[in-house]
Ligand binder design. Structure first.
Ligand code: ZN
Ligand code: ZN
Length: 906
């Protein structure tokens, strides 16, 4: 049987590959040349992820990958770099490239009856049969893998190989023995490893499921198929709970296409098996083809929300292919309209990068003009023979209620105003609820900068509220909360969006954005029991006086949260401004340079302080001016008017009433009325618009169940002191090896009270005693290097305090070095010491607890490492491991996990 398409369909696809789709087939055939000449070597080493490997040391750009040229060249600055870490990173790309080439050779071999292609595909599969089991399953970053460092990469790689074998066996003559060896020496062991690592509701799990489903079909393994389709993190679960009701992927645009393409494999295979998803889920999946285009900016890049790369254009082959695959399933004028733009012959064609493509791992390139010949092997098997007439479909205002993103568009889609209020977006989310976006043509006024490199310090800036146009409470980045929509209506002359989020306990913040033609009114208001300071950053603008010159300021430090992701540490040239009374004018352009200009007027209801700084720009872009307005009150508003086409002369603020004076002499008067918003469009109020809620209950449906870690809580009842327990299998957070395979590591944790101190003792009977210095440099990523050695993570919360530390013994002394755990304080007093045991060590920490408290929460995690490893093997967790893995946790820990102890007064 054929995993993706029916045998009966093959004749039609063969004739299309020689007919309407021949340019595509021939282009892929030409690019196969390096593989067909037989000069290909399968990499000997496992790929290694490190902080430096694969990135330009000067600008952080991902180095070029060229399958036939092993030099490491930066596409941004052109320098060539050398070094082992770069060499060790390259197999990551190379293995994916090669696996995809095996599949290309199989597809072309079968469709074109091309014996050279068939021969090359089997030759590479034979090579992997010999090599695969030699890659060590060790030192991985995110799940077990042999050739890679993360499981999902192995899933993508395996998927290509399985589909290739399946096609080869369904096509020309072949040797059954060769296929059996691939099953035995690659597919079986690889899919076992993939099945051992469940990533829950995640874009990566989509690929694990796709690989398990394909392998299950190839191996005729019903249990594997069931697990991939109907398991707890199977295809059906991801369609129901990770793909939202509006067809968008819950982690946002950046992950949508990657995840949706993985779902495409899964749905296509499941349908072939007669296990299609329910009609409702199938509709949701089909909506997913159009979803990434609904939020597009006018320059056809998608908003760089969350951990997105900055300004990724949809003028790339994979977006066109997604439209083609969607149209192969159902008619959708939005997809036809998007193809009209993507296949616009007026857009100059550039290198599409397909020659070096790395299977389904996306590597973004600049925008290029496209044709159907630029697509992939998937289109050879699935695309329609001919497309309907292509006509652009105008982009209009839109609301993605499940994602929580409203967009008001004007001027045929050339102007974009977005309010990003909804889901905080999981692990890749940013604390940027109620973020305002504004783009006009190619000018990106209020922009979401996305994220640069995950392993660069700048990550913490991009993950701060301050990097966005979103409100901060009390100088700190927002907590991870979801916002809610209150209103969304667009009546043509005017449109508005209003949403709210609880950005601090007891402090509800609303943001209202009203768009009239070519200006907007933005109103941030808050109400709380205690006074809170709300700050609102505006990037790329300067505060100017009545004469249009920048307002002078006094150099002064901007006070703000000192958390890494509060962002204030990234500001420079900070100044306090002293503007005159009244609204403060802001402009994008103080040099009166030609080109578009943004003008704003900002007023606050309570006293405010005004600040200016230089802040990082989007990744790899110059830094830019930032104006920050801050106002502290129990309730208050920050209201602004923004004009991007020079039509507004000035603005007046009188209580809740805002009057916009236009250059043509007219004036618009805006005011909130209860839950509505009224606009008098003429001075005599003869023409008025009232905007109401006007959001249908259906479009407000956020009924998709809450997702996430579902972190188990162990809070049933308080434990009593003295407390003593042995940690073992049930407490072990593993990496590649299970608790048994790791040699059954154990430790004893004792907790006692001594006066106003809590005494925690950890005895580790067997340990390598490899203590990594607490401030050692980590060559791999941003996590503290000291987690990758023996040591203890201790978390204590009592009264108003919640402190957490990484504690590492200092060899040759009884002293213990410590660092404050990520996301925790060190406000509680701690003393710690250690001593060696025969084969291990013992560590005692004593923590001061507030007098009079009745309870304290504690958790203890013990890291362990083994000879020959560079990353920790696992950790024992007092509160229980609950089947979790140790990957990517650094020394972070969830407050909810701590065990509660009663502090008996004895
Ligand atoms: Zn460079
Ligand atoms: Zn962001």
């Amino acid at each position: 049987m054929s995993i993706l398409i029916a045998a009966e369909t093959l004749p039609l696809r063969r004739s299309l590959a020689r007919g309407a789709l021949a340019p595509l087939a021939l282009g892929l055939r030409v690019e196969l040349a390096p593989v067909l000449t037989g000069a290909i070597e399968i990499p000997r080493d496992k790929a290694l992820l490190s902080r430096t490997g694969g990135r330009c040391p000067d600008d952080g750009t991902l180095l070029r990958f060229d399958p036939v040229d092993p030099r490491h060249v930066c596409p941004t600055c052109g320098i060539e770099v050398r070094g082992e870490l770069h060499d060790r990173f390259r197999p990551y790309w190379y293995q994916l490239w090669l696996a995809e080439r095996v599949l290309h050779a199989a597809v072309l071999g079968v469709l074109l009856d091309d014996a050279d292609c068939v021969h090359a595909a089997w030759g590479l599969l034979d090579g992997y049969v010999d090599r695969y089991l030699e890659y060590p399953n060790r030192d991985n970053v995110l799940g077990p893998s042999r050739p890679f460092f993360s499981t999902y990469l192995e899933s993508i790689w395996l998927l290509q190989l399985v589909l290739a074998v399946d096609l080869l066996e369904s096509g020309a003559t072949h040797s059954a023995e060769r296929g059996a060896r691939v099953r035995d020496r690659i597919v079986e062991p690889s899919v076992r490893l993939i099945a051992s690592y469940d990533e829950g509701v995640s874009n990566r799990q989509v690929w694990n499921d796709a690989a398990m489903l394909a392998a299950g079909i190839l191996l005729d393994d019903a249990r594997l198929i069931d697990h991939a389709v109907d398991g707890p993190s199977g295809l059906r679960e991801l369609l129901a709970n990770a793909l939202l009701a509006d067809g968008s992927w819950y982690e946002g645009e950046n992950y949508h296409l990657f995840a949706h393409r993985g779902l495409w494999y899964g749905v296509t295979m499941a349908e072939r098996l007669g296990r299609a998803p329910s009609p409702a889920l199938a509709t949701r999946f089909d909506e997913g083809f159009a979803a990434p285009f609904r939020t597009l900016l006018p320059d056809l890049t998608y908003p760089s929300r969350r951990d997105s790369q900055y300004a990724v254009s949809v003028r790339q082959p994979r977006f066109a292919e997604s439209c083609e695959l969607g149209l192969a399933r159902h008619d959708d004028p939005r997809l036809v309209g998007m193809l009209a733009r993507l296949y616009d012959p007026a857009v100059p064609a550039r290198d599409t990068g397909r020659r070096a493509s790395t299977a389904d791992v996306e590597r973004n390139l600049p925008a290029t003009g496209l044709t159907r010949a630029d697509l992939s092997w998937r289109s050879l098997l699935f695309a329609r023979a001919a497309l309907p007439p292509l006509a652009p479909h105008p982009l209009a205002s839109d609301l993605l209620p499940a994602q929580g993103f409203g967009i008001l568009r004007r001027d045929g889609g050339r102007c974009f105003v977005g309010l990003d209020y909804g889901r905080s977006g999981g692990g890749h989310g940013h604390p940027d609820r109620l973020n305002l976006l504004l783009s006009d043509g190619d000018a990106r006024w209020f922009d979401d900068p996305g994220t640069g490199s995950y392993v660069d310090e700048s990550l913490h800036w991009y993950r701060s509220t301050l990097a966005h146009t979103a409100p901060l409470v009390d100088g700190h980045s927002q907590p991870r909360v979801d916002g809610e929509l209150a209103a969304f209506e667009d009546v043509g002359v005017a449109g508005w969006m209003r949403a709210r989020a609880q950005l601090s306990p007891g402090c509800m913040v609303h943001r209202t954005v009203v768009v009239v033609d070519d200006y907007l009114v933005d109103r941030v208001e808050w109400e709380s029991e205690d006074a809170h300071e709300i700050a609102l950053p505006f990037h790329g603008v300067h505060a100017v006086g009545a004469d249009g010159a920048p307002i002078a300021g006094q150099p002064a430090a901007i006070e703000g949260g000192d958390g890494r992701e509060d962002g204030f540490a990234f500001l420079s040239d900070t100044m306090r401004l002293a503007p005159a009374d009244g609204p403060v004018a802001l402009v994008s352009n103080v040099a009166s340079a030609p080109g578009p200009e943004l003008r704003g007027w900002v007023a606050t209801s309570a006293a405010a302080s005004w600040w200016r700084a230089v802040a990082p720009g989007p990744p790899a872009r110059p830094s830019q001016s930032l104006v920050l307005v801050r106002s502290a009150a129990r309730r208050g508003t920050i209201t602004s008017i923004w004009s991007w086409r020079g039509s507004v002369r000035s603005a007046d603020f009188d209580g809740d009433v805002v009057t916009v004076h236009r250059v043509d002499g007219s004036a618009h008067r805006h005011r909130p009325i209860g839950d509505d918003w009224a606009i008098d469009l003429a001075a005599g109020a003869t023409s008025a618009v009232v905007l109401g809620r006007a959001v249908s209950a259906e479009s407000l449906d956020r009924s998709t169940p809450e997702r996430g870690s579902a972190a188990p809580t162990a809070r049933a009842r308080s434990l009593t002191l003295s407390f003593r327990t042995i940690l073992g299998a049930a407490h072990y957070r593993r990496s590649e090896q299970s608790w048994e395979e790791a040699g059954k590591p154990t430790c004893v944790v004792s907790i006692d009270r001594s006066g106003e101190r809590l005494v925690v003792r950890v005895d580790v009977p067997r340990a390598e005693r490899r203590f990594v210095p607490i401030d050692a440099e980590n060559p791999f990523d941003n996590d503290p290097a000291a987690i990758h050695g023996d040591g203890v993570q201790l978390y204590v919360a009592a009264g108003a305090h919640a402190s957490g530390w990484l504690l590492v013994p200092i060899p040759g002394s009884t002293e213990v070095a410590r660092r404050t755990a990520d996301g925790w304080s060190d406000t509680m007093h701690i003393e710690a010491s250690w001593q060696p045991l025969t084969d291990g060590y013992s560590l005692v920490a004593s923590v001061g607890i507030p007098t009079g408290g009745a309870e304290a929460d504690v958790d203890v995690l013990v890291n362990e490492i083994a000879p020959g490893r560079s990353r920790r093997r696992g950790q024992l967790v007092l509160s229980g491991a609950h089947g979790e893995f140790v990957y990517l946790r650094a020394d972070r820990h969830d407050r909810e996990r701590l065990l509660r102890f009663a502090l008996d007064d004895r």
